[in-house]
Design a protein around this ligand. Sequence first.
Ligand SMILES: [Fe+2]
Length: 274
Amino acid sequence: MLPDLDPKRISRRRFLKAMGFGSLAAVGTIAYGEQTSMDIETVHRELALPNWNADGIRFAFVTDLHADDPEAVARSIQAIRIAQKARPEAILFGGDYLTSAAPRHLQNLRDVMATLGESSIPCYGVMGNHDYWIRYFDLVKAAAISGGMRLLRNETVEVGGVRLIGMDDALVKKHRPDLAPTGRNTLALLHEPDFVSEMPPGICLQLSGHSHGGQVCLPGGISVHTPRGAWKYIAGFYEKARNPLYVSRGVGTTGPNWRLFCRPEVTILTLKGS
Ligand SMILES: [Fe+2]
């Protein structure tokens, strides 16, 4: 049989083949991104901090749940159970509990926070920018604390010999750095990492989220875009920031349940003196 040399037919065949490969690649990438968004990494970090003598104390840090839809609910509950399993001194929440306050989303958040009742570990948290941007702040707040988490709005509590301050959100200008304690065994929760520059020096460690680690990254976790408030500090430990700063990639997503080269994170921190 003679080969088909009709250029029109060849180009159509090549075109269809290319379309087929392109569609397969697109479907594969979408599936991979969805799978990555559900694949929580438990990040264990031991940090050596200045002016710290509560050696060996452990905190779990869970942030940016964005627990709106059923996938996010399942992921958020899994994240909380990972934190509980580590038996930390306290579980700390970094804000952005929801992205929208539709009634079913508020119920979803209540379902997630009910997981806190599965253990007696104390829980503290701050609000994030999305919790304010939603506009129904009081409803979001009520759902966020429904499971027993204590919300800190520019308040300091003592946890296992550590002075923990929960800063209210900085992007909406509710934060009060002037109220932050400094000195020995001080720990700050503040949703947006870049606002470490406005905090008084002398806080032993700040924990932040907000960046989602970039959420959609290049191979190697190189972020392409992060929101205002997370332009400078995106993921990991920044020992030389104004105060030592740890930024989590967080649990949830904004927009679709999709992450690329940037797994969701629950952080288990063991803190000691440097
Ligand atoms: Fe967020």
